[in-house]
Design a protein around this ligand. Structure first.
Ligand code: ATP
Length: 251
């Protein structure tokens, strides 16, 4: 085995004994999880269980009160979200954070625009071509890379948000309820896009309230209840009843 493939075999993300308190409120207690490239792990739990807090810790929005985060085996400590992004971690939030008035390609490069030397003008052609190639590859069905976001459907917008994350993430994508606002057909399309991210060797952590979705998409399921990690199960070796009882604490 080469050094390169040995490195690939290790976890992309390791969370070890992560603890987070907001003043007197303990949001996360001793949480540990490894994520491998090409793997989709679902994070489930009731409202207030600590899912969003965990995503914010991984993405640099909150610092953990204690515990260790490792990326490709190296301990990291992000002081903000932009540091996490530069390390290859992207988040797709429920509210998408897309600029409605802007074309798709500008959204893909929002804050990280390509410019042409020597005058620093926007390289619109270059951004458009890269965006078109990516949406075609991911099969995000939009009229064109220059379509304006506000003219797209909810599913198409979510596809653009995921394409943006895919473009910039070299290691990990965090998806926070990516289909919460979508209909059945749009959800199926977004799930198909998420599945295709496995082949890009990215690790995926997805928060979802839909257990059907969790069972369709994930390799493993991690259950949180009131900040406590109740357990991790291989999706193929568990069922909805077990996961529901882990979420609720009722046998
Ligand atoms: N910035 C904050 N300040 C104080 N308490 C917070 C803060 N963020 C989260 N909490 C608390 O931490 C706990 C976990 O909240 P979190 O939003 O992570 O849960 P969640 O599982 O994402 O819930 P939901 O499914 O409703 O989004 C809750 O008790 C919440 O009130």
């Amino acid at each position: 085995m080469t050094a390169h493939s040995e490195k690939e075999a290790g976890p992309v993300l390791e969370l070890e004994n992560i603890h987070k308190a907001f003043g007197g409120v303990v949001a996360i207690e001793n949480f540990s999880l490894d994520l491998k490239a090409g793997e989709i792990v679902a994070l489930v739990g009731d409202n207030g269980a600590g899912k969003s807090t965990l995503i914010k810790i991984i993405s640099g929005v909150h610092a953990p009160t204690s515990g260790t985060i490792r990326l490709d085996g190296e301990a990291v400590s992000f002081s903000d979200a932009s540091q996490a992004r530069s390390s290859g971690i992207e988040v797709v939030y429920q509210d998408l954070a897309l600029a409605d008035q802007q074309p798709v390609y500008m959204n893909l490069f929002l804050g990280r625009e390509k410019v042409r030397k020597p005058f620093g003008l926007l390289d619109r052609q270059g951004m458009m071509q890269e965006t078109q190639a990516l949406v075609d590859e991911l099969d995000v069905r939009i009229p064109s890379a220059s379509a304006t976001i506000r003219d797209l459907s909810g599913g198409q917008r979510q596809g653009v948000a995921i394409a943006r994350a895919t473009h910039w993430a070299s290691k990990l994508i965090l998806l926070d309820e990516p289909t919460a606002a979508l209909g059945v057909a749009e959800t199926a399309k977004v799930e198909q896009i998420v599945q295709s991210l496995r082949e890009r060797n990215l690790a995926i952590l997805i928060i979802s309230h839909s257990l059907d979705q969790v069972f369709r998409l994930s390799d493993r399921i991690c259950v949180l209840r009131r900040g406590v990690q109740i357990g991790i199960r291989e999706t193929a070796k568990t069922d909805k009843n077990e996961i529901v009882s882990m979420i609720t604490g009722l046998a």
